[in-house]
Design a protein around this ligand. Structure first.
Ligand code: SF4
Ligand code: SF4
Ligand code: SF4
Length: 388
């Protein structure tokens, strides 16, 4: 083959590749749009549901198309993930302002036993319920079962992908880590002790929950309580609680991520982290590295916000099991060596993963958006939590 034939051959190959990529992006966008209109629009059978379904189908189709066509995942994912957190926070806060008269959580509300339960409490509330037969969170067992099944379905499908695509709380440290242009405090990686810390911390919380029948984490430690159900502050004890929540929030959710460009809360503290990681072993999706393509530049390790890529894992062609499937390392890799693969194989599953992640993100977010739209139109708010 002479050089002009070879050039023509390579131009034809590039054209075919582009056509194939366009076809895949269009078909995937169509599937995402169809699923969204079916899941959101089909539900109520009302005009409102149909319009909402159509809106989210267009948005979902556009996001899916953009991700697959450009090959860049992180920016659209950020919009979806942080958007979910913002819409949830707005709807949740308005719900409490209207139904309880304040976003603050008072002793009277706790005594009423109808506090909204969040998925993060599942790993220590369920053991206490199973072992001691006591519901240690002020909510009904029915709500706990409902939220547990909801979370478990997604955790089985996405594993820690929940933590970069679906969790309504993860957008907090994510937004702060993203807002930082560059790290002012360089954190290169986690030592073995810090890697094990979340697992030891969860074990401690479970032991405390089972032995004392109290949700120590919710009562005293959860940094997310700077925004969600902050305590009403009247007594010295409540002041102390507030100081702990604010301190934890500043270190792990806001200040720390702004300084380090790492998602500190979601890498070190959250009780759902270890459980999502363990259950994630059953997920069909993996992020794999092709060691034959990798030139060891280390960029993937540097940009990973959850310390989930290391030189050792890369050499073994994989990420750490805590990987949240965010796609940031894929976007930065100059060799195109990292991608979503089917568990135990080298089969690429990027379109399937992206369709499902976008569809489920928007499916959950649509509930918050619809509650907000309903509030703007009627002044009334629908419950977005199933609890009070
Ligand atoms: S680590 Fe916890 S708060 Fe962070 S995204 Fe995962 S479940 Fe949500
Ligand atoms: S960014 Fe790509 S090429 Fe660089 S070390 Fe990571 S996998 Fe290898
Ligand atoms: S290893 Fe890659 S996909 Fe996994 S969390 Fe880190 S940057 Fe995201």
């Amino acid at each position: 083959m002479d050089s002009s034939e070879s050039n023509e051959h390579s131009a034809t190959q590039t054209r075919h590749r582009l056509q194939k990529s366009l076809r895949t992006s269009l078909v995937s966008a169509g599937i995402a749009a169809f699923l969204l209109i079916f899941l959101i629009g089909g539900g109520g059978g009302t005009t409102e549901a149909l319009i909402t379904g159509l809106f989210f189908a267009i948005v979902g189709g556009a996001f899916t198309f953009r991700i697959l066509r450009t090959g860049k995942i992180n920016t659209p994912r950020l919009i979806l993930f942080v958007g979910m957190m913002l819409t949830f926070t707005a709807a949740y806060s308005i719900q409490h302002e209207i139904t309880r008269g304040s976003i603050l959580l008072t002793d009277e509300i706790i005594a009423g036993g109808n506090v909204a339960i969040c998925p993060i409490t599942i790993p220590f509330v369920i053991p206490a319920l199973v072992i001691r037969g006591e519901m240690i969170f002020p909510a009904s067992v029915q709500t706990l079962i409902w939220i547990s099944l909801f979370w478990l379905g997604f955790a089985l499908l996405f594993g820690r992908g929940w933590c970069s695509w679906l969790c309504f709380f993860g957008g907090v440290d994510q937004a702060c880590a993203t807002a930082a242009k560059r790290p002012r405090l360089e954190m290169k990686g986690l030592s073995r002790t810090w890697r094990l810390f979340p697992y030891a911390f969860l074990l401690f919380l479970i032991l405390v929950a089972v032995s004392t029948l109290r949700p120590l984490y919710c009562e005293w430690l959860c940094p997310l309580r700077i925004a969600y159900d902050p305590p009403a502050v009247n007594t010295t004890l409540e002041w102390l609680m507030a100081v702990i929540f604010i301190g934890g929030g500043m270190v792990f959710l806001i200040g720390g991520p702004l300084l380090t460009k790492k998602r500190l809360y979601c890498s070190l503290i959250c009780p759902l982290l270890p459980v999502n990681t363990i259950i994630g072993n059953l997920s069909p999706f993996r992020v794999k590295v092709d060691p034959n393509r990798c030139n060891d530049c280390g960029k993937c390790e540097k940009v990973c916000e959850t310390f989930s890529m290391t030189a050792e894992s890369r050499k073994q062609g994989k990420t750490m099991t805590e990987c949240t499937r965010c796609g940031r390392c894929m976007d930065i890799c100059p060799q195109g060596a990292i991608d979503y693969r089917l568990i135990g194989t080298s089969v690429g599953v990027r379109p399937i993963f992206v369709i499902l992640a976008v569809v489920f993100n928007l499916l959950i977010m649509s509930g918050f958006v619809m509650a907000l739209v309903h509030f703007l139109l009627t002044g009334e708010i629908r419950s977005v939590t199933g609890g009070g």
